[in-house]
Write a protein of this length. Structure first.
Length: 292
């Protein structure tokens, strides 16, 4: 908030406080959504992005630029755009999660369906990119990566309210999450309504991912990176410890990374690109370790 602050403090502190709230909100939504998804799937290398949320978001951006053009896209009302993108991704998640309404359909099949739809969205996006004017494609390319430098106050407060409400509900369910880690059959025998609770977790995870993606853009590997750090640092699997640890680690990763890029490197790079690169290396490392 105060490092290397020059000029009018009433402007500097107000500007940085909004950006700080944005980074904290994004850190919470991405980190916790990944933690919930990994708890449900019992797999430390899976993230909600595998269900195609990022691909759907990029497809929506390409469609908007295709129909409205580059200038029309930049002039769209940001509040309406945020609500439209969030509702669209949540609706897609709900349609996907209908595969869990039948007892004979498991998470593996649902994840496979999500991967297939993600491939479909990416293929449609590639088709649209070839049909978009090259000058407008540059505008589209800018929306394909997470941006932390611009903050829309109205949209941010909507995301903060959603994050707070979800945090209260998730904290109340922390003991059931502990039981869920014991496995499906054990959780059912201990009184967990598995299908209902799993749908609730998936919907909550989808909402958090949708909010973060609509706020700043797609970030594929931040949740995976943060959860891998917490798994390596903490020896307990209790969610009363893991939930705060994931939130704190995710928020501090974004805050410290943004400070380095803004104040030390002079914005000579993109934080999201570095996170994706490091997260990709962590993903490869986790895959190699599981193989061994």
């Amino acid at each position: 908030m105060t490092y290397n602050a020059r000029g009018q403090w009433d402007f500097v502190l107000a500007f940085r406080s909004e950006k700080l709230l944005l980074l904290i909100t994004i850190g919470y939504t991405i980190g916790i959504s990944t933690l919930l998804f990994q708890t449900l799937t019992h797999n430390p290398i899976l993230t909600p992005s595998i269900l195609g949320f990022d691909a759907l978001y990029i497809l929506v951006q390409s469609l908007l630029i295709f129909f409205f053009g580059g200038i029309g896209f930049t002039q769209l009302d940001q509040n309406s755009k945020f609500l439209f993108e969030t509702l669209l991704m949540v609706s897609g998640a709900l349609l996907l999660f209908r595969t869990l309404t039948k007892d004979n359909v498991d998470l593996t099949k649902m994840i496979l369906v999500g991967v297939i739809f993600g491939m479909l969205f990416r293929s449609l996006t590639n088709l649209l990119q070839r049909m978009i004017d090259p000058t407008e494609f540059a505008v589209a390319q800018g929306s394909y990566f997470a941006q932390f430098n611009t903050v829309n106050s109205d949209v941010l407060w909507i995301g903060i309210v959603i994050a707070i409400v979800s945090a209260i509900w998730i904290w109340k369910q922390r003991h059931q999450l502990d039981v869920l880690l014991l496995g499906k059959s054990t959780a059912i025998s201990l009184g967990i309504e598995y299908h209902r609770f799993s749908r609730q977790l998936l919907i909550c995870s989808a909402i958090l991912v949708s909010v973060s993606t609509a706020l700043v853009g797609p970030i594929l590997f931040l949740g995976l990176l943060v959860c891998a750090i917490v798994n390596a640092m903490t020896r307990t699997m209790y969610h009363s410890v893991r939930i705060p640890a994931v939130f704190f680690t995710s928020a501090m990763t974004l805050i410290l990374g943004q400070v380095v890029f803004e104040q030390i490197l002079g914005l000579q790079g993109v934080l999201s690109a570095v996170i994706e690169f490091i997260g990709g290396l962590v993903f490869i490392g986790l895959m190699y370790r599981r193989q061994k």
